[in-house]
Design a protein around this ligand. Structure first.
Ligand code: NAG
Ligand code: NAG
Ligand code: NAG
Ligand code: NAG
Ligand code: NAG
Ligand code: NAG
Length: 217
């Protein structure tokens, strides 16, 4: 590959894959990870401040934020795990939808996750599992973000089955759009086909107003 083509190829690659832009990590789905930043260090017993923008930085309406959004583009479910060869720890179990439904009206969802003392120090993947719909197509995307966990006094307590467990079964094979809709500058259709068009509402409103005026006359 020539040196002229290399930057272009890298630019194309970066639009396909998850990426860090202005301090936010754009996942392979609709979720935008505000925190933790990639390569952050945490100590057991401390907290990971989970912060997820579910609105595409304001581009998705509230009906898209899920869980189980019925709009042509929106979240179905979102789970978060700490993944390593030794332990898989659930931070958010997306099956009850509590995280996405929490903080109603807020475009950013938060959670303070206390890191169990039983975890050995090392590199972990802070991993998003997202099921969502974009332009009426269902996607399932896994996004690992590397973080480091420190445990100065060594693991203590048992990582029993409540703490360490298998990650959820994949609802389908990993499938993500070719381009991230937000960093790729693509619009997403969030208008459901069954809702009345704004033109219809306008006509209805003017009929009501003219009806009221003719009653007054
Ligand atoms: C944790 O999950 C990863 C990815 O699914 C898998 O490779 C690994 O074997 C799992 N580890 C344990 C201890 O289950
Ligand atoms: C979302 O829909 C699935 C499948 O119908 C259901 O199992 C799940 O309980 C629903 N989740 C919420 C939070 O309503
Ligand atoms: C697992 O350990 C935690 C913390 O020590 C404890 O609260 C929980 O009851 C334990 N669960 C089981 C199934 O042993
Ligand atoms: C998932 O991918 C594997 C390997 O490409 C394939 O064998 C399998 O049929 C796929 N499963 C679904 C549900 O598409
Ligand atoms: C989604 O659909 C809209 C409207 O049809 C279109 O403008 C947009 O490019 C599509 N977005 C993607 C990511 O395909
Ligand atoms: C958006 O999606 C709805 C529901 O599938 C569809 O009826 C409508 O035509 C789509 N709009 C555009 C601009 O593609």
């Amino acid at each position: 590959m020539s040196f002229v083509l290399l930057p272009l190829a890298l630019a194309l690659l970066s639009t396909v894959h998850a990426q860090l832009v202005g301090g936010q990590y754009f996942t392979r789905g609709l979720a935008i990870s505000n925190a933790p930043a990639p390569n952050s260090e945490f100590t057991v017993g401390g907290t990971i401040g989970v912060s997820v923008d579910v609105s595409g930085n304001g581009r998705l309406p509230q009906g898209s934020w899920g869980p189980n959004s019925t709009l042509p583009s929106g979240f179905i479910s979102l789970s978060l795990y700490l993944v390593s060869n030794d332990h898989n720890v659930t931070i958010i179990d997306g099956t009850d939808g509590a995280f996405l439904a929490g903080e109603p009206g807020s475009t950013v969802k938060h959670l303070n996750y206390v890191i169990p003392n039983c975890l050995p120090a090392g590199n972990y993947d802070y991993t998003y599992y997202e099921v969502s719909r974009m332009n009426d197509t269902m996607y399932f995307g896994i996004t690992p973000i590397p973080i480091r966990i420190l445990n100065p006094s060594g693991p203590s307590g048992e990582c029993n089955s409540t703490i360490s467990n298998p990650v959820q079964t994949r609802p389908q094979n990993d499938s993500v759009p070719a381009q991230n809709p937000f960093t790729g500058g693509l619009a997403l259709n969030t208008t459901s086909g069954s809702s009345p068009s704004t033109t219809f509402m306008y006509v209805l409103a003017s009929l009501v107003v003219s009806g009221a005026l003719s009653l007054l006359a």
